[in-house]
Ligand binder design. Structure first.
Ligand code: SER
Length: 320
């Protein structure tokens, strides 16, 4: 990777990935692509170049690639699962139409492309425990449908046109930096905000709802390491299961209570999110990623909980 364009650079993953890439590569070579209404601000704006890139407009992608001689594109534009269910047409336009535009530019201009997939690419008929790398993918959400389509299209462009496409299936991502945006796994972020503010957390999912989760620093490392991996070792590309922890609301609330003893949680179920969560795996088998590009998570639930609480308290000026 020499010159990198991040499409969706002001979003949940993009805002942190852009800064991380700028700390590893010359920051002038890492371009923050944004849409109108979501312009970069603060450090993100000041630490490197930015360019208007609406993924639904191939000309804007091509213009940014030409201007900055981009050789690697991180395609992070997407609507998360619950939001996508409310706007399925837009979810398809961004998730699939946008990916097609990106792949076409990449084919013409010889760029590598990273596009995240998700635990949402699996559905009811997938084995839920230790979900294998290669298994049934019949999701019932539009989010999942765009992700499976994206995996297939990316593999097609790799085989048919030699475009260097790579991807990981992200679990629910947890971070204290960017606020979550309408995902099913986002309760596991909101719960920390409630805990540090001393509020009772209203959990939208019932006890026993297990899902894979990951702390953002591990997710960012995965996105960078997969793009830097030796291609001759990769048997899979689109997309690798990655995992670090799996828990349900009871387990995470008990963990938070170890550090915030008076933390309280009540259940106020959201039927849409519950239905989506029930159709997703409880835990992924990430042995292919470990074998093919040495994937290894660093944070477990305890380490993540301590780091989240410390950093959120700092963010809100709450005494430790
Ligand atoms: N975090 C995503 C969601 O909940 C899943 O990839 O929509």
């Amino acid at each position: 990777m020499k010159n990198i364009l991040i499409i969706g650079a002001t979003g949940q993953i993009g805002s942190e990935l852009t800064m991380k890439l700028r700390s590893l590569y010359p920051s002038g070579n890492v371009v923050a692509g944004y849409i109108k209404g979501a312009e970069p601000k603060g450090d993100l704006l000041e630490s490197g170049p930015s360019h208007l890139v609406d993924i639904t407009d191939p000309a804007q992608i091509a213009e940014a690639v030409d201007k900055y001689q981009v050789d690697t594109i991180y395609n992070l534009a997407a609507l998360l699962s619950a939001v996508a269910e409310a706007r399925p047409q837009l979810a398809w336009k961004i998730g699939v139409g946008g990916l097609y535009n990106t792949l076409e530019v990449a084919r013409e201009k010889n760029c590598a492309v990273f596009t995240p997939s998700s635990i949402g690419s699996f559905g009811e008929s997938t084995p839920h425990e230790k979900t294998p790398q290669d298994t049934v993918q019949r999701p019932e959400t539009i989010y999942g449908v765009t992700k499976v389509t994206g995996e297939l299209l990316s593999d097609y462009y790799a085989k048919r046109f030699g475009v260097d496409t790579r991807s990981v299936r992200f679990p629910g991502l947890i971070s204290y930096v960017a606020p979550p945006g309408g995902g099913t796994t986002d309760y596991a972020v909101d719960i920390f905000y409630a805990a540090v503010k001393g509020e009772t957390f209203k959990c939208p999912l019932k006890p026993g709802t297990f899902m894979d989760m990951m702390y953002m620093p591990d997710a960012l490392r995965a996105a960078i390491e997969i793009m830097e991996a030796d291609p001759s070792r990769l048997r899979h590309r689109n997309s690798f299961n990655i995992a670090s922890m799996s828990f349900d609301p009871e387990i995470i609330s008990a963990k938070i209570r170890e550090y915030v003893p008076d933390f309280k949680m009540v259940y106020e179920l959201d039927p849409l999110r519950q239905k989506i969560a029930d159709s997703w795996p409880d835990s992924l088998d990430d042995s292919c990623a470990r074998y093919e590009w040495d994937w290894k998570p660093e944070y477990n639930l305890d380490a993540m909980t301590r780091d989240m609480l410390t950093n959120l308290r700092k963010k809100f000026g709450i005494a430790q």
